[in-house]
Design a protein around this ligand. Structure first.
Ligand code: SF4
Ligand code: SF4
Length: 444
């Protein structure tokens, strides 16, 4: 198989980054990297998909990684996991000797170790430039589940299913492989139901996931976990606090201690992002420094770690998010493109322990509880498949109402040359309704 065939198979299977970003994988693979790095870090607390996939499917994952290394002409494939994922590490270790071009890299449990730029530095010691991507330093980074899906695509199987951890306030935390488009509610029921009144969900990890109040929201290609929490959980309050209120607090309470900048993963990589200075800019309209302007907010990856380092519980990430929105609206582009040659001297000592973060997040009671990979038993009568489950433009529906559809058949397609990914039906059934946002298929 050559690179063109590989890319075609991945594109035809509708594969996107399963880690949450949803970038079309075929576009990422249309490159000539030196290193293919598998991101098996899963640095957001509570999520347990990738570590179990690695423990249960090491042979196929390593075979697929070796195929990628061979086909892309890379010199090495690196499977990065946390050292605490003992089962995954053992499973990979028992297979790795078959593949001389592959290595395993174990990393400490710190947040955000799975951030692409952090991971690239930790695995190959190269710094991704400001506003850059791993390919700028010769690397392509692929999430474990994405690698698993590429393995399926090589056998011409499209994405119709998703692995999802259901954790937090549920009776029996579990990880399921489910058809795309079923409701979050059905997963919670299959995990024994919520243990709190009027639960509220986080779609994704507790740090970067988004609040989901609609329990009937569909599972998409980027749903990695559903965290069930009580309405007044500190994470919910933090994410929902209004920017105006936070800035009012910041004016009164920010003591310019710099703790936010001292833990900021992008600052520690040598990027010119100083959340403490941006807070000062918001409060006083000046930092008295020529090189620190509002546009440095573009360098923020919104990992939210600065909030948990802040002794005043302020939220520099929220300011950065707002700044980015306003700058884009004013058509001001990111001018920061430096390529640092060295990281912060104290970086190694400033990595933020996940255990500490979990305590601060108020998640200790849900941590260290297994969410084992489990069989799905519930009958599925209907799926709702959004036409936009990926980075880029929505796919255009091609399925007609009333049509009989087979599992794996394309129901929405990307126009030629437009960034995105095709959508395939996740069940056999009949198309019940179609609009530009969703396609509903009823089993039948
Ligand atoms: S950590 Fe908090 S108080 Fe300290 S500079 Fe940053 S925002 Fe201000
Ligand atoms: S969210 Fe905060 S800690 Fe994370 S990159 Fe942005 S400024 Fe740095």
């Amino acid at each position: 198989m050559d690179k063109t065939q590989l890319i075609e198979k991945v594109k035809n299977a509708g594969i996107i980054g399963a880690g949450g970003a949803g970038f079309p994988t075929a576009v990422k693979l249309n490159s000539a990297p030196e290193f293919v790095i598998v991101n098996g870090i899963e640095c957001e607390p509570l999520i347990q998909v990738d570590q179990q996939l690695a423990a249960l499917n090491a042979p196929v994952l390593l075979k697929t990684l070796d195929t990628l290394v061979e086909t892309l002409g890379a010199k090495q494939g690196i499977f990065a996991i946390k050292e605490k994922y003992v089962k995954a590490h053992n499973a990979l270790k028992s297979e790795i000797s078959k593949y001389p071009r592959l290595t395993i890299k174990t990393l400490i449990s710190a947040y955000p170790m799975g951030d692409e730029q952090v991971l690239v530095y930790e695995t190959i010691g190269r710094i991704v430039p400001e506003a850059g991507i791993p390919l700028n330093v010769g690397a392509v980074v692929i999430n474990t589940e994405t690698l698993f899906n590429i393995g399926k695509a090589l056998e011409d199987m499209p994405i119709t299913e998703k692995f999802v951890s259901v954790v937090g306030a549920v009776k029996n935390p579990k990880t399921f492989k489910v058809p795309l488009g079923i409701t979050m509610r059905s997963l919670i029921e299959e995990a024994g139901g919520a243990t709190v009144e009027n639960p509220i969900l986080i779609d994704g990890g507790p740090m970067m996931g988004k609040i989901e109040r609609n329990l009937d929201a569909p599972i998409t290609k980027i749903t990695k976990s559903i965290i069930v929490l009580e309405q007044n959980h500190p994470i919910i309050i933090s994410k929902e606090q209004a920017i105006r209120q936070m800035l009012t607090l910041a004016k009164a309470a920010c003591c310019h201690c710099m703790m936010c900048s001292l833990v900021c993963p992008r600052n520690l990589l040598g990027h010119s992002l100083y959340p403490d200075k941006l807070m000062r800019l918001a409060a006083y309209n000046s930092t008295c420094e020529k090189d620190i302007g509002a546009a440095t907010a573009y360098l923020c990856c919104e990992c939210r770690l600065c909030e948990y380092a802040c002794i005043m519980q302020l939220q520099p990430w929220k300011l950065n998010k707002e700044l980015k929105i306003r700058l884009k609206a004013a058509d001001i582009k990111n001018p920061h493109k430096n390529a640092p040659s060295k990281v912060n001297t104290f970086r190694e000592y400033s990595r933020y322990p996940t255990d500490k973060l979990v305590r601060q997040l108020g998640l200790s009671k849900y941590y260290h509880i297994d969410a084992p990979m489990s069989d799905w038993t519930k009958e599925i009568s209907e799926v709702v498949l959004p036409t936009r489950q990926h980075f880029g433009a929505p796919a255009e529906p091609i399925a007609a109402v009333g049509a009989q559809i087979k599992k794996g058949e394309i129901i929405a397609k990307m126009p030629d040359g437009v960034l995105g990914a095709d959508i395939h039906s996740s069940i056999d059934g009949i198309v019940k309704s179609v609009d530009k946002n969703n396609i509903v298929i009823q089993r039948g």
